[in-house]
Each structure stands twice: as structure tokens, then as C-alpha cells.
Design a protein around this ligand. Sequence first.
Ligand code: OAD
Length: 242
Amino acid sequence: MRIAKGTKVFVLTGAGVSAESGVRTFRDSNGLWEEHRVEDVASPEGWAADPVLVWRFYSERRRQAKTVSPNPAHVALARLEEHLGDDFFLCTQNVDGLHEAAGSKRLVHMHGELAKSRCENPACDLEPFVDEGLYFGLEQIPRCQRCGARLRPHIVWFGEMPFELHAIKRKVQACDLFLCVGSSGVVYPAAGLVGEVRYRQQNGEKCRSVYVGPESPDNARAFDEVVSGKAGEVMPGLLELV
Ligand code: OAD
């Protein structure tokens, strides 16, 4: 696929882009996420019921995150960004920092970042901050230095609103190519973004959508093309930067 300078490219990545780095995807183990029910560790209800479990879970993920590194798919996307500059935009659903580790800069983490914590009190003005803390016990649940409320992982849980949705939609509405890598197309609103491209096509706009991954995603019909294969194997050769 030839990508000339000046092409506006929107990239959406999901757990699959990090799979070859050794980060497990969400839907590969019967609804369990690292042996936990997703709703126990990734929902406001889970947090209310057992904050120790939730912090233990994300502390474990933080520890794991230090052991993984970017794979050729992350690197290919960072190269694409170097080629396109401000015409490139990366929206990741992943909470790991592997895109940044590969050199990506113009990106948003719509589902939050594992490396950050924030105050759980919506009225507190403490900004989300980088936190390497590992919290495994009740007495260790960290507190906000400003208001005293509990700190929570800076992660979008089920039932919560993803970050930066307006900026993301504006970028999709302006792109020439929408490229999605390694996402099952199950979780909305991310899974619905490709529908925006379809809508623009129906209105006569020229834009194209491509999916890359080993399986067809749930929203495959909304894409113009599905390229079958693992991200780390397909991505480096997929894009011809001209
Ligand atoms: P999923 O676990 O739902 O889907 C992972 C996708 O990656 C699947 O479609 C796999 O086929 C694909 N895949 C696996 N190995 C791959 C590889 N080597 N290369 C490319 N693709 C590969 O993950 P997401 O779609 O990212 O939300 O899940 C979306 C959201 O659901 C997550 O961000 C998370 C989760 O619950 C929150 O935490 C809010």
C-alpha cells in the first residue's frame, strides 16, 4: 500500500498489536483477563467492591509491562509517523506504553494508561500523573496528596467514557486512510469509528479503511479491506512510504 507524504492516516490499534510483544489480548481466554473476571477488575462496581483486588491486579500489570518491548508492528507505525508528521494520528485502545517505546508521539490512549494514576474524586483538580507504584495491600491503597481521596488506576473501565472522543472523531472525519490493527471490533465506541469512514464514503468522500489481524473482526463488513496476518509480520511490509 503506497503512502505518499500528505496522506492523512488515522490508525486505531487494539490488543492484537501488542500480542507479539507478549501482552495477552482480552478475548483469548473465555472472558477472563489474566485469570480474573473482567468486571471484577475493570469496572466501577469492581472498584467499589474490592479496591485491593483492583490495585493488586493493575500493580501486577505494571510489573509485567516492564518486561515487554515493542514489536515490528509498533516500529512500523512509528516509521509511518516519521514519514507523515502531523498528517498521522494514532488512537490506541491499549493501556501499555509500547507505541511510545517504539517512538510514536502523536497518539492518544482512549482507554487510559497503565503507567498513570489519578484521584478518584471527580471534583479534585489533581491531574493524572505517572506512577510507578505497586500497591498490593489494604494499607497500601494510595491517597491523593491534594484531597485525601483514594488514587485509582488511570484506566477507562467498563461503563466509563473513553478519553478524547471529540478529537478522535475529528481526526477520523478528516482522514484519507483509516487503518485498524489487532482489535476484535467488539467494544464501542472504538468499534464504531470505522462506520464514520463508511458514512463519509456514502457522501462521496474519498477515504479508505483497512483492517490488519489474524482473524476477521466483528465489524469486518465495515472495512474496505481485511489483511489477514499477525501485525508484527504484516505491518513492516504493508506500507510503502513514498
Ligand atoms: P481483543 O482482545 O478484543 O481483540 C484482540 C484482537 O487482536 C483479536 O481480534 C485478535 O484476532 C487480534 N490479534 C491477536 N493476535 C494478533 C496479532 N499478532 N496481530 C494482530 N492482531 C492480533 O482486544 P481489543 O479489540 O483491543 O477495553 O479490545 C478492545 C477493548 O476491550 C480493550 O481496549 C479493553 C477491552 O475490554 C478497556 O479496557 C476499556
